[in-house]
Design a protein around this ligand. Structure first.
Ligand code: C5P
Length: 224
């Protein structure tokens, strides 16, 4: 049977917590990769730990959003960490996406569409005229044009993204229950896979509380 693929978000600056997350999420039924966000990447021991982490699928969630020159040099600056995936905001523009793609090497360049913590109302607040679904569709077309390797979007937009973007789709905003926290566009793991997501990103539903139990709950849910 095909194994489900999960990126576990290691959202902490505490190295021991990250070690625990990695230890307790290993499971024969899943393919697990580890996503490191700004919190851990900028922590005192984070960089060294990631540089020594071998034989794991490593995801550097830098969410780059800058001018082309800065994006290019930032990607070069973390080459030694040997990430398999690195994120960039599609909103930083076509030129920056191309520059990033030119220097990314073997690593996959992942375009972040609209954050899962935003809804139509938040977009209006920022000054966007489009609804979330329209904006994500537009961003997916730009990601295709820039030949990005993967896209991050909410599981609610996977079907829309798939119309134009044929490579990997990674979905955060995954919840096993009704507790959304700061997320706005959420779905359950089974709903996300059903919509066609290749990878799910799960943070707090795995890392908060008893990690082993949380993984077992996830597997029980996926078996349903
Ligand atoms: O704890 P939770 O499962 O909500 O964590 C989601 C993770 O996915 C966080 O690490 C967050 O930075 C990341 N993410 C997101 N929405 C995006 C892109 C990344 O929530 N659009």
């Amino acid at each position: 049977m095909k194994k489900n693929k999960i990126f576990v978000a290691c959202d902490t600056s505490n190295l021991n917590k990250v070690k625990k997350i990695i230890k307790y999420t290993k499971n024969k039924k899943l393919i697990v990769g580890y996503k490191f966000g700004l919190e851990f990447l900028n922590s005192k021991k984070g960089r060294t730990f990631i540089s020594k982490l071998k034989n794991e699928i490593k995801f550097g969630d830098y969410k780059l959003s800058d001018i082309p020159n800065t994006v290019r040099s930032s990607i070069k600056a973390v080459k030694d960490l040997k990430f398999n995936y690195i994120t960039i905001h599609i909103n930083c523009g076509f030129k920056a996406l191309i520059e990033a793609k030119n220097v990314i090497g073997n690593c996959k360049l992942v375009g972040v569409t609209t954050l899962t913590s935003l809804n139509d109302k938040s977009l209006k607040e920022i000054g966007f005229d489009k609804k979330v679904k329209e904006l994500v569709f537009h961003q997916a077309k730009l990601a295709k044009k820039a030949k990005l390797d993967a896209i991050v979007c909410s599981a609610q937009e996977v079907k829309i993204v798939k119309k134009v973007f044929k490579k990997e789709i990674i979905t955060p905003g995954i919840r096993l229950n009704s507790k959304k926290d700061d997320q706005k566009r959420v779905l359950t793991p089974n709903e996300a896979y059903k919509n066609g997501a290749d990878w799910l990103v799960i943070g707090r539903d795995i890392s908060k509380g008893n990690i082993k139990n949380n993984i077992q709950n996830l597997i029980n849910h996926l078996d349903k």
